[in-house]
Design a protein around this ligand. Structure first.
Ligand code: IVH
Length: 696
C-alpha cells in the first residue's frame, strides 16, 4: 500500500496528470453511485484506496490540483470569514399557504386561472407538485460543468460563499457528467436526514459528557445543517453529514437546455447527477394538488428527512414566464404547509407512570404546546437511561416532537437555556403508586414495580386491559370509571368486576341509573367470549393477540394451557423460550390461578375443544420447515395442516428440524437442509406423512 502511494507520487508529471484525471473520473462515478443512487459498485475500502492514491498525487504535484477534485470533499480549508456573493439571478421566496384544508391548493389554482384568463370551459392547468424540504436554500454555480461557487440565499440578492463546505457534501456533483450549458446555476435545498441528525447529536452529547468545551447539541436538523454550511473550517463541515435536493435553477446560458416544463427541467437536473425527490408529480388542476397534499401529509412521517409542506408550481415554463412575479414572489408557485411537528416548551415536572406490567415510565409534564395538530402536555422519556442520555431536567426548555400517531417525545434539551443547576433525573427506588421496590433487571432498560396486583396502578391497567375491545370488550368501562372503582375499593381483582351491583354503581360520581344498567349489561354480555380473547385479556406478559390465538388453537382448552410445561409451550407456533417462560410463570402464581377460577365461577365461558388437541396429534414434537412453491397446496394451508396434526412449523432450518418440505424454486433453506442432513420431502411426501404418520 505504502509502496503504491510512493510509486504514484514519484511518477513523472505528465503520467501523474493522466493518472490523477483517471482517478478523479473514477471517484466521481463511484461517489455518484454511493451518495446519490445509493448503489455502490465497489467496496468502501477500494474507494478509499483510489482516494488516497489521488491525495498522494496531488500532494506531490500541487500544480495538478483542481477545484472539482474529489479530495476537496474531506474539507481542510479554514476561512477567516464568509465572503459575500451577489446572485446573478435573485433567489426569491414563495408565498405560503398555511391553511391545513384543501383550500390552499384551490385558492392557488383559482388565482392562476384568473391570471391566465382561463374560463370554466378550459382544461385544468398542469402543475408540478414537489416536497417543501426543511433545510436551507443553496445556489450551485457550474462553469463548463465544474462546481465553482456555492452560495446561501442571504437576503435574496447577496448570499455568502460557502463553496468550501458544500464541496464536502457527497450528493452534490463536483463535476457534471454530460454536456451541460457553459453556465448553470442549480438551486435546491441542503438538509440533514433525521438519522444523521440523531447520530450527530449523539456524538455531540458524548463530547460534552467527556468535558469538551464549546460543543452543543442541535435543536433540529435544519439548525444543524445551517450551522454546518456556515462553518469557516470545512473540516468541521465534513463531519456533519448533509444531503441535497435540486428543485430549480438560476442563471443558465443557452436557451431551451432545460426543456419546456418544470418537470422536464427536474429530470434534466437528475440526469446531470442531482438528487431530485422521487415524490415529485405532475398534477392536473386543484383536485390532484389536494390529493397530493393529503397523500404526502399521510406519508410524511416515513420520510427519512423533514419537510414542512409541499410546493405547487405551474409546469409550463412559458406560462411561468407569463405569470411573472409580484414584488419578490413568483405568481406561478406557492408553498402549502403542514402543521409543525416540533415545538419548544418547558418541562414543569418529571412524573413516573406505572404501566400494566409494572413498567415505570418517566414522563415529562410540559407547559401545554400545540404540535403536530394537537395540544401536548406530556411527553415520554421512555426510561431512566433515555432521560439521562438526553439529560432532561425540571425547568428545561425542550424540543417536543409529535409525528403522526406516534406518542409525543422530547427530542432534545436547549442546554444554554437552563436556569440554575437542577438535579439530573433519577428513577425512584420505590413505586410512586404502591411503594413497592422498583427494580431494573439485568440487561433491561426498564425499571419495574414489584408490587404486582397489589399495586393500584397495575390493577387499574390490568382491568382496563381486560375490558378493552379486543379482549373481553366491556363497553363503557373506561379509565375514569376504573379509577373510581379501584380508588373507592369496589374492585381489587378482575373477578370483582362481576360482583358489582346496581346500587353501588349508581352511587358513583357522574353515574346515571341508565349508565349503571348499561355497564351491568355490558359485563353480562362479556361473559360469553372466546378462549383467545380471555387469554389475551389476562394480560400475561408477552402474550399479545396473535400468541393468544396460537395458544388457543394449539391446546384447544384453558386447562391444557394451565398445565402445559415450558417444553409443551415451545411447540406452539412462534412461541420462544421467553414467551413460554412468561406463560409458565404467570400460571404458577397461585393468585393468578385463583383469578382464572373465580372468573369462570362468575360465569365467564367460551366454546372449548376446538383446538388441535381434540384431534389426534400424530406429528406432535416434529418440526417442519416449508420452502418453495407447492404443486397443489398454498403455503398457509400446508402449514395449517401440519399444525393441526401437532407439528411445529419453523421459519428456518436448524439441526432441530425434522423435515424440510420443498416445492419448486426452493432456495437457501433447501441447501441448508442438505448441508445439515435434514430429511427433505415434497408435497406428496408431506401428505403421505399426514395420512400415515410415523409411529415413533
Ligand atoms: S421554489 C422562485 N421549491 O422554501 C421559487 N422552494 O420560499 C423559489 N424550498 O427557502 C423556491 N423546497 O429554500 C422551492 N421544492 C421547493 C422547495 C423550496 C423547499 C424552500 C426554499 C425557500 C423556501 C421558499
Amino acid at each position: 500500500m505504502q509502496d503504491d502511494l510512493f510509486a504514484a507520487s514519484a511518477q513523472p508529471a505528465d503520467a501523474a496528470a493522466a493518472r490523477a484525471a483517471e482517478l478523479r473520473a473514477q471517484l466521481h462515478h463511484h461517489a455518484h453511485r454511493y451518495y446519490t443512487l445509493d448503489a455502490p459498485e465497489i467496496p468502501d475500502a477500494e474507494y478509499d484506496r483510489l482516494f488516497r492514491e489521488l491525495q498522494a498525487i496531488e500532494a506531490a504535484h500541487p500544480e495538478l490540483w483542481t477545484p472539482d477534485s474529489p479530495t476537496q470533499r474531506v474539507g481542510g480549508s479554514v476561512l477567516k470569514e464568509l465572503r459575500p456573493v451577489r446572485h446573478a439571478v435573485p433567489m426569491l421566496s414563495i408565498r405560503t399557504e398555511t391553511d391545513t384544508e384543501a383550500s390552499g391548493a384551490v385558492a392557488f389554482d383559482t388565482r392562476v386561472r384568473r391570471e391566465l384568463a382561463l374560463g370554466e370551459g378550459d382544461p385544468p392547468v398542469e402543475y408540478v407538485a414537489e416536497l417543501k424540504f426543511d433545510g436551507l436554500a443553496m445556489s450551485l454555480r457550474y462553469e463548463d460543468g465544474v462546481l465553482v461557487r456555492a452560495s446561501t440565499r442571504g437576503d435574496g440578492e447577496t448570499g455568502e460563499d460557502v463553496t468550501h463546505n458544500v464541496r464536502t457534501i457527497g450528493q452534490i456533483p463536483l463535476r457534471l457528467a454530460h454536456s451541460v450549458p457553459p453556465v448553470l446555476e442549480v438551486r435546491g435545498e441542503v438538509y440533514m436526514r433525521r438519522d444523521d441528525f440523531e447520530a450527530l447529536n449523539e456524538r455531540q452529547r458524548a463530547k460534552i459528557a467527556a468535558g469538551a468545551k464549546g460543543e452543543k447539541t442541535f435543536v433540529n436538523p435544519r439548525n444543524a445543517a445551517a450551522g454546518a454550511v456556515r462553518q469557516l473550517d470545512s473540516g468541521i463541515a465534513a463531519q456533519r453529514p448533509l444531503s441535497f435536493f435540486a428543485y430549480g435553477w438560476g442563471e443558465v446560458s443557452g436557451d431551451g437546455l432545460l426543456g419546456s416544463t418544470q418537470f422536464d427541467a427536474l429530470m434534466r437536473l437528475k440526469a446531470w447527477g442531482f438528487p431530485v425527490a422521487e415524490q415529485t408529480r405532475v398534477c392536473h388542476g386543484a383536485d390532484e394538488l389536494v390529493a397530493f397534499h393529503r397523500h404526502i401529509g399521510e406519508t410524511r412521517d416515513s420520510l427519512p428527512y423533514d419537510i414542512d409542506g409541499v410546493v405547487y408550481k405551474v409546469n409550463r415554463l412559458d406560462l411561468q414566464q407569463r405569470l411573472g412575479f409580484v414584488t419578490r414572489e413568483p405568481r406561478w408557485a406557492v408553498a402549502h404547509k403542514y402543521p409543525a411537528q416540533e415545538q419548544l416548551t418547558t418541562v414543569q415536572a418529571i412524573d413516573v407512570q406505572v404501566g400494566r406490567t409494572g413498567k415505570l415510565t418517566p414522563v415529562a409534564k410540559l407547559a401545554p404546546v400545540f404540535v403536530g395538530g394537537v395540544t401536548v402536555t406530556n411527553a415520554t422519556l421512555h426510561n431512566e437511561l433515555e432521560a439521562r442520555r438526553k439529560d432532561v431536567r425540571v425547568g428545561d426548555t425542550v424540543v417536543v416532537r409529535r409525528a403522526g400517531d406516534v406518542i409525543p417525545e422530547v427530542v432534545s434539551v436547549l442546554a444554554d437555556k437552563r436556569v440554575g443547576d437542577p438535579p439530573p433525573f433519577t428513577m425512584p427506588a420505590h413505586c410512586p403508586v404502591c411503594g413497592s421496590a422498583a427494580v431494573r433487571e439485568e440487561g433491561e432498560a426498564d425499571h419495574r414495580c414489584t408490587g404486582g396486583l397489589f399495586c393500584a396502578a397495575q390493577r387499574k391497567q390490568a382491568i382496563l386491559h381486560y375490558a378493552q375491545r379486543r379482549a373481553l370488550d366491556i363497553e363503557g368501562l373506561g379509565d375514569k370509571l376504573v379509577e373510581q372503582l379501584v380508588d373507592g375499593g369496589l374492585i381489587n381483582t378482575l373477578p370483582d368486576l362481576y360482583k358489582l351491583g346496581f346500587t353501588a354503581l349508581a352511587a358513583l360520581e357522574r353515574m346515571a341509573d341508565k349508565s349503571a344498567q348499561n355497564l351491568l349489561d355490558a359485563l353480562e354480555k362479556s361473559k360469553h367470549t372466546t378462549l383467545p380473547r380471555f387469554l389475551y385479556g389476562l394480560g400475561i406478559r408477552h402474550v399479545g393477540e396473535a400468541t393468544a390465538k396460537d395458544l388457543a388453537r394449539h391446546f384447544g382448552s384453558l386447562d391444557r394451557i394451565l398445565d402445559a410445561s415450558v417444553d409443551a409451550l415451545l411447540q406452539v407456533n412462534d412461541v420462544g423460550p421467553v414467551v413460554a417462560q412468561s406463560i409458565r410463570t404467570f400460571f404458577d402464581q397461585a393468585h393468578n390461578r385463583e383469578v382464572v377460577e373465580q372468573l369462570r365461577a362468575a360465569g365467564v365461558t367460551w366454546p372449548e375443544g376446538e383446538g388441535a388437541q381434540n384431534t389426534p396429534q400424530p406429528l406432535l414434537g416434529k418440526t417442519f420447515v416449508l420452502t418453495g412453491t407447492f404443486p397443489t397446496l398454498k403455503r398457509d394451508d400446508a402449514k395449517a395442516m401440519l399444525e393441526a396434526a401437532g407439528a411445529k412449523v419453523a421459519g428456518s432450518v436448524s439441526k432441530k428440524t425434522d423435515y424440510v418440505v420443498a416445492g419448486a424454486d426452493a432456495g437457501s433453506k433447501l441447501d441448508k437442509a442438505q448441508e445439515l442432513g435434514v430429511a427433505v420431502i415434497d408435497e406428496a411426501g408431506m401428505l403421505a406423512l399426514l395420512a400415515d404418520p410415523p409411529t415413533a
